[in-house]
Design a protein around this ligand. Structure first.
Ligand SMILES: [Zn+2]
Length: 270
């Protein structure tokens, strides 16, 4: 599933191609014909990402709301749009550009108040300037739920998925199984600041790289895929910092990766 940096990049792609342009909207697949008709032939006013949600406003002030889920994909292009292939739910064409959306779990047209209600349900997005990490911190610091579980809750922190969850907790040496309430405000603050750093880096690169240069097999050039993470999908390999074997275990239906030696913050206090 795409994490928040991907959705913010998609918002940027859409904004760059279509903002201010009159856009033709259609549903080649047919499943979104009525929705596309509400957007068709209007100028695009705004595009924003919030966590894993994308919102796009046209001049009649309604919003397109998209959540890609596990299988959704945006494809962007410049010049004439190709003949639609596969199940294109929504096609946008305008200003010499096109965008195709396939397989989203949510693709709907909503009103301003409905968009606001979705915003209100979401937690702090590390990539948004209006993020409120103190509110997220209050939720975390009084919760008996594990910090690994809390980070995946979109109403606490919006846009974090399995990769950023595993990697940020490793970088801050926090035991994913430690209750939120066992963290100190300082540890929460450091974790939040690192999430902001990591997601901004992901937004810039278009991929998730969490390792510091001294923990990679080579010091310069493009970061190799096998050098990009500390613990995510490194089950059975040696921790880059302490050489202890990296563990994988289920947590709330997703695989959790951690170094049992490095990640002790919180667990000692609980
Ligand atoms: Zn370690």
């Amino acid at each position: 599933m795409p994490e928040g940096h991907t959705v913010h990049r998609q918002a940027r792609e859409l904004r760059g191609r279509f903002r201010g342009q009159v856009v033709a909207a259609s549903s080649p697949q047919g499943r979104f014909e009525a929705g596309a008709a509400l957007l068709d032939g209007q100028a695009m006013r705004a595009v924003e990402a919030f966590g894993k949600h994308l919102f796009l406003q046209v001049e009649s002030r309604v919003w397109l709301h998209v959540h890609l889920g596990l299988a959704g994909v945006w494809t962007f292009g410049d010049g004439p749009a190709p003949t639609p292939r596969g199940s294109v739910r929504l096609r946008l064409v305008g200003g010499g550009h096109w965008a195709d959306l396939r397989g989203p779990v949510i693709c709907e047209v909503i009103t301003g108040p409905q968009r606001r209600a979705i915003h209100d349900r979401l937690g702090a997005d590390p990539l948004r300037r209006d993020a409120d990490p103190d509110r997220a911190g209050r939720l975390v610091l009084r919760s008996k739920v594990s910090i690994g579980g809390l980070l995946m809750r979109q109403d606490v922190v919006a846009g974090i998925g399995n990769v950023y969850r595993a990697e940020a907790l490793f970088r801050q040496r926090i035991d994913p199984w430690a209750a939120g309430s066992s963290l100190t405000p300082q540890v929460w603050q450091a974790l939040w600041c690192d999430l902001v750093v990591l997601l901004r880096d992901g937004l810039r690169r278009g991929r998730i790289v969490t390792t510091d240069v001294q923990h990679r097999s080579r010091r310069s050039g493009t970061v190799l895929a096998q050098d990009a993470h500390y613990v995510y999908r490194r089950t059975g390999l040696a921790c880059r910092v302490c050489a202890t074997t990296v563990l994988a275990e289920p947590m709330a239906g997703r695989t959790l990766y951690r170094c049992p030696a490095c990640q002790r913050v919180g667990s000692l206090l609980a």
